[in-house]
Every structure is written in structure tokens, then in C-alpha cells.
Design a protein around this ligand. Structure first.
Ligand code: ZN
Ligand code: ZN
Length: 362
């Protein structure tokens, strides 16, 4: 029996997101039906509305979600009805080459529910990143669920599905920042702020935040930046160097992803430093660097896919840090909104908007 729910759908490219009736099937083998409690609004949702994703329209938006398991399909062992779960779009298949080598965060054979959610006329929907969290219920693959402690608020748990993990992981996993290191983060949107917060948890000694917006720099200080560079007034590379003893940082995270910021990141790192590209660049972006400068600095230039994040490892770890008061997930939360407000939130995001996450409560 299909479940009739309210959900946020985009019918065609660029069309406004609207709340519609959607049919969600009962879970088949390996699938889980989740009653969504909350779902954060992310820039990726806006991108799916504006340009589409890798699946056709109509699209079911939302992917930073948490909720309660309502039913499970045959063979599901990881979760059971009434479990509280965070949903993820990154999954590990366990059998591809990356997984077999123990690099589960590099898995590209992601798991999704097979049965389609549809409009009432039977038109199949493409859930964003296989989640479709702006819905009263959604259908996902078992591997997309991580069971979590019900003492955690769902609005907090949902945050761990995307942007916070991308930033935290860019600093900690991809960049490898650790005790005594210095780090600079260029661009203090949600991902950049999470990189700052992650570096603090990891024990970085100096954390330099760079942005052209003073309000974002104030936020970065709240998240743990030990120094800030206002790039509307000071050259980012000079600013980072002056706050790192004239040397540059051990790790530089580019959370903007333009040729200009990437070049800044490359020149703001110390000898043997690591540059982490943590934002998806525009397809046409190119950067030219003297190879002598790349070689002469040693170290490495790395790209971070969603923070090299592994949900089964990282969701419980971050929630523990949160419950111990060492990682303030609540500080990433913006306003709480309803399903009907998603289009307004996306519109605001399009014009810069707030750094903190608006979250839909069901
Ligand atoms: Zn795999
Ligand atoms: Zn996202």
C-alpha cells in the first residue's frame, strides 16, 4: 500500500518548489520507510531546482534529514521500526574496489531505494541525492540509515547528512589537521565554519578564517577561529601568513572553489602543507600554477569529496562530541520553518542568504 504524504517537488528546471501530494511505496527488500522529523535546506537543493542533478525532473527535494523508521523491507537488519535514524546520501557498498581496500569513504557505488516514489498520476520522482527529505515520509536504502541515540534532537541529527560533515571532514579527514597544526579556511559559509569547528576539535593551534563578510568572520570566531582575515580589505595570502608567523598554514581549506581562492590556498600554505579543495568548482573553472611553486613547497594538493565522510563511523563520533559539549552542532542551526516555506528559503539562499541552516520541522 502506498503512503500518501506531503512533499516538496520541483516539476521542471527552474520552476518553483511546491508542496504536493506524493505516493511513497511500502519498503521492498533492503529498503526502509522513514517518517521524517526534520530536514535542513542546503545549497544542493537549490542547485537541483536551478540546473537539475544526475536524475530527471520532477525532483523531490531535501537531503539533510533525520526521522523515525516506520517499516523495513525483507532482509533489513541494521535498523528496525521505531529506531531514530539520520539519513545519508553517501553509503559504502562493501564490495567495490575502494571498499575492498578499506577505503569505504571512496565508494562510488552508492545505494538507493529501488522502488520509486511517485506523483499521484504515477510519474516517478527523483529524490535529491537519493534521500528526498522534504517529505512527511521517504523511502531509502538500508545503507542510508545510521541509527542514533534518541536523546539527540532530530534537527541536530539531520545536520550530519551533508554540509557540516563536508567541512569537518575537509579539515580533519582530507586535510589531516591535528594537534599543534595551523589551518586556514578560505570562505566561511556553512562548510567553512564546520572546517573551523572541526579544526578546533582536532586540536589545531592556530585557526585562521578568511572571508569578505565581517558577519561571517564573527561567526567563525564563535566556532573557534583564533584569527580572522577580512579579504575585502587585506590580501588573503598576506593575511594568513601574518597570522601564522610569516610561514603560511599547515593546512589550507578552500571552501569557495574558484580559481582565485584555490590559488590563494596554494600560496598560503607552509612548506609541506596540504591544500584541500572542499567546494565543487564551476565546470569551466581552470587554474594555472607554476609547477616550480607546486614542487618547491612539497606537501600535497587534495580534493575533498564530502569530507571523505563515512556515515557509520562519523555520525556516531560527531554526536558523541556534541553530547559531550565539545562540538556545538546547534550553532549551525538557522530558523525553523515548515514544508511550505522551502521555496522562500531557497530564494533567500539564491541571493547570498544566511550561512546558518534553515531546517524544516515536520
Ligand atoms: Zn563500495
Ligand atoms: Zn547538502
Amino acid at each position: 500500500m502506498a503512503h500518501q504524504v506531503r512533499a516538496v517537488v520541483v516539476r521542471e528546471q527552474g520552476a518553483p518548489a511546491s508542496v504536493e501530494t506524493v505516493l511513497v511505496p511500502d519498503p521492498g527488500p533492503g529498503e526502509v520507510l522513514v517518517r521524517v522529523s526534520s530536514c535542513g535546506v542546503c545549497r544542493t537543493d537549490l542547485d537541483h531546482r536551478e540546473v537539475g542533478g544526475d536524475a530527471p525532473f520532477p525532483v523531490l527535494l531535501g537531503h539533510e534529514a533525520a526521522g523515525v523508521v516506520e517499516a523495513v523491507g525483507a532482509g533489513v537488519t541494521r535498523v528496525a521500526p521505531d529506531d531514530f535514524v539520520a539519513l545519508n546520501w553517501r553509503t559504502a557498498c562493501g564490495s567495490c574496489r575502494s571498499c575492498r581496500r578499506g577505503r569505504l569513504w571512496g565508494c562510488r557505488a552508492v545505494r538507493r531505494a529501488d522502488r520509486p516514489m511517485t506523483l499521484p498520476d504515477g510519474t516517478p520522482l527523483s529524490p535529491v541525492l537519493g534521500v528526498g527529505g522534504f517529505a512527511e515520509k521517504t523511502l531509502v536504502a538500508e545503507a542510508q540509515c545510521v541509527r542514533i541515540d534518541p536523546v539527540v534532537s532530530p534537527v541536530v541529527a539531520g545536520l550530519l547528512g551533508c554540509g557540516v560533515m563536508a567541512g569537518f571532514g575537509a579539515a580533519v579527514h582530507t586535510g589531516g589537521v591535528g594537534r599543534g597544526d595551523s589551518i586556514a579556511v578560505i570562505g566561511c559559509d556553512g562548510v567553512g565554519l564546520a572546517a573551523v569547528a572541526g579544526a578546533r576539535v582536532a586540536g589545531a593551534r592556530r585557526i585562521v578564517a578568511v572571508d569578505a563578510d565581517g558577519r561571517r568572520l564573527d561567526l567563525a570566531e564563535r566556532f573557534g577561529a583564533t584569527g580572522t582575515v577580512d579579504s575585502s580589505r587585506i590580501d588573503a595570502v598576506d593575511g594568513i601568513r601574518s597570522l601564522t608567523g610569516g610561514l603560511g598554514a599547515d593546512v589550507v581549506v578552500d571552501a569557495v572553489g574558484t580559481a582565485r581562492t584555490y590559488r590563494q590556498a596554494c600560496y598560503a600554505r607552509d612548506l609541506n602543507g596540504v591544500v584541500v579543495l572542499a567546494a565543487a568548482p564551476a565546470p569551466e573553472a581552470t587554474v594555472e600554477l607554476p609547477l616550480g611553486d607546486v614542487f618547491g613547497r612539497g606537501g600535497s594538493l587534495r580534493a575533498s569529496w564530502h569530507g571523505d565522510f563515512l556515515p557509520s563511523r562519523d555520525v556516531p563520533a560527531l554526536l558523541d562530541l556534541y553530547l559531550q559539549g565539545r562540538f556545538d552542532l546547534r550553532a549551525f542551526l538557522g530558523e525553523k520553518i515548515a514544508l511550505d516555506d522551502v521555496e522562500t528559503a531557497l530564494g533567500r539562499m539564491r541571493f547570498g542568504g544566511d550561512v546558518l541552516r534553515p531546517v524544516v520541522l515536520m
